[in-house]
Structure formats: structure tokens, C-alpha cells
Design a protein around this ligand. Structure first.
Ligand code: FAD
Length: 234
């Protein structure tokens, strides 16, 4: 199906958010993704004009939001150059990291742009007021590269939501939050009972593989680990 690019803005250093018109009757579950095919490439790209993106918007929001790091690929340079109201081809929403409804306590582990499904899921849970508790661990190098940090900081005033950003290379000494890498030491420091939670992981493939095996070694049953790897990021 076709839809329109309505807006684009840089939401943190090197990360852009793109707003697409939500196609009529389109429904999605928080955490699902779509594929986007550009009408033509303005910059060469060996992988062609199509990529997969998670919908960062929650189902109740009016438009579809995508967020992505600018890597210099021909696809992304073209996406950035597109004029507003350009028509793009989309398919989905499909698959993705959707919430297992049996769990009342969730842990979201995001590396960098792997935050996109969790923006959707956290806003969805807030909107639905289901009483599900969420811990979001969110790793970035620095504050200026942490997309949606202000949104999550605001939501952390809600009793259902605990937000643990960690910045392992933040130059500003005024940052008094976590600096530890996203791993078991950090998780144990903020969560007492791993057993009571379901874990959702998203980010570059290396991070997802590493964290999955660390969680399993720490005794988390693999049936309670759900993950999505964003290929194309180191
Ligand atoms: C379900 C899903 C959801 C996603 N959601 C998002 C999102 O919300 N935001 C976002 O920024 N990105 C998301 N991605 C990743 C996205 O599709 C792109 O792959 C990524 O943004 C990099 O694109 P690129 O054009 O910058 O680089 P690319 O040109 O696509 O790739 C850069 C490098 O990665 C390697 N690579 C790419 N794909 C694969 C692969 N499948 N296997 C092995 N190596 C590979 C390439 O060989 C190349 O060296 C998602 C991916 C999936 C599968």
C-alpha cells in the first residue's frame, strides 16, 4: 500500500524521526514493524530502495513514526532528501516484538536505536492502564544520542514505569545517572527478582546475542526472553 511522508526531524544527534500518514484502517500492535520502499534512489545503494523499520508510534497515535540513525547508506540519504508529501510504498505491519500478555512485569533492554519498539510499547501500556510494571534499561554512548530520553524521563513519574538510562561515554560530568554497560551487573542493581519478569531485547545483533546468553546463564528461562535484532548496525 502507499502512504505519504508527512514530516521529518532530527530528534537527537544523527537520529531522525519520520512521520508517515497512517493508512486508512491500518492497525498494529505495539512493537510491530513495516517495510518501506522508496519510489527511487537518489543515492546509490547496493541493498536497494527498501528497509524494515519498527513503528515507534503507539497504536493509539494518529500517525506512524519511524526513527533511524543516519548511517550514510544510499537508502537513508535518499529518505532524508525526500520532499514532504512524497508517496512511499509500505507493507505490514507485521511480526515484531509484541507483548506476551501473560506477563505482568516486563523488562525492556534497548541498545541505541533499538529503543523504537519500546517507545511504542511503553506509550501503549500507559494509554491502556493495564497495571503492567515496566523497567526500561536504555544504553547509549551519550545523552545527545539518546532518542526519546525526555519522553521517558517524563513518563518515569508514572508508578508503572521505571526508567534506567545508561551512558557509557557521556562527557558531561554533570551526568549522575548510570554509566555501566548494559549487562547483568546493571540489571541486578535495579531488579531483585529476575524470575518474576519477561525480558524484551532490541538493538544491534551483537548486543542482543550477548544479553540473551547472559540472561540465560543468570537463570532466565528462554521462554521469557523475546528479542529483535536490528541488522545493519555494528
Ligand atoms: C524487524 C526489524 C526492525 C527494524 N527496525 C529498525 C528501526 O526502528 N530503526 C532503524 O534504524 N533500523 C531498524 N532496523 C534495521 C534496518 O532495517 C536497517 O537494516 C538499518 O537501519 C541499517 O540500514 P542502513 O541502510 O543504514 O544500512 P545497510 O546498508 O542496510 O547495512 C549496513 C551493514 O549491515 C549489513 N547488514 C544489513 N542487513 C544484514 C543482514 N540481514 N544480515 C547481515 N548483515 C546485514 C550490511 O552488509 C552492511 O554492511 C530494523 C530491522 C529489522 C529486521
Amino acid at each position: 500500500m502507499k502512504t505519504l511522508l508527512l514530516n521529518k526531524k532530527e530528534i537527537c544527534r544523527g537520529t531522525w524521526e519520520f512521520t508517515l500518514a497512517k493508512p486508512a484502517d491500518a492497525v498494529h500492535q505495539a512493537g510491530q514493524h513495516i517495510t518501506v520502499k522508496l519510489p527511487r534512489l537518489l543515492h546509490e545503494d547496493p541493498k536497494g530502495p527498501q528497509r524494515t523499520f519498527t513503528l515507534a508510534s503507539a497504536p493509539h497515535e494518529a500517525d506512524w513514526l519511524l526513527a533511524t540513525r543516519m548511517t550514510g547508506s544510499g537508502f537513508k540519504k535518499t529518505l532524508l532528501d525526500l520532499s514532504l508529501n512524497t508517496e512511499v510504498e509500505v507493507s505490514g505491519p507485521m511480526g515484531g516484538l509484541v507483548r506476551d500478555e501473560r506477563s505482568a512485569a516486563l523488562v525492556f533492554l534497548a541498545g541505541g536505536i533499538g529503543i523504537t519498539p519500546f517507545r511504542s510499547m511503553v506509550l501503549d501500556l500507559h494509554h491502556k492502564v493495564l497495571g503492567v510494571k515496566v523497567h526500561l534499561f536504555y544504553a547509549n554512548r551519550s545523552l545527545d544520542s539518546a532518542a526519546y530520553h525526555n519522553l521517558f524521563t517524563g513518563l518515569a513519574e508514572q508508578p508503572f514505569f521505571t526508567y534506567i538510562p545508561t551512558l557509557n561515554d557521556e562527557p558531561d560530568a554533570a551526568w549522575h545517572g548510570e554509566r555501566r554497560i548494559l549487562g547483568m551487573e546493571l540489571i541486578h542493581a535495579h531488579l531483585t527478582e529476575l524470575d518474576a519478569h519477561a525480558f524484551y531485547l532490541c538493538g544491534p545483533p551483537g548486543l542482543v546475542t550477548d544479553l540473551t546468553s547472559r540472561l540465560q546463564t543468570a537463570g532466565v528461562n528462554k521462554e521469557r526472553i523475546f528479542s529483535e535484532s536490528f541488522w545493519g548496525y555494528p
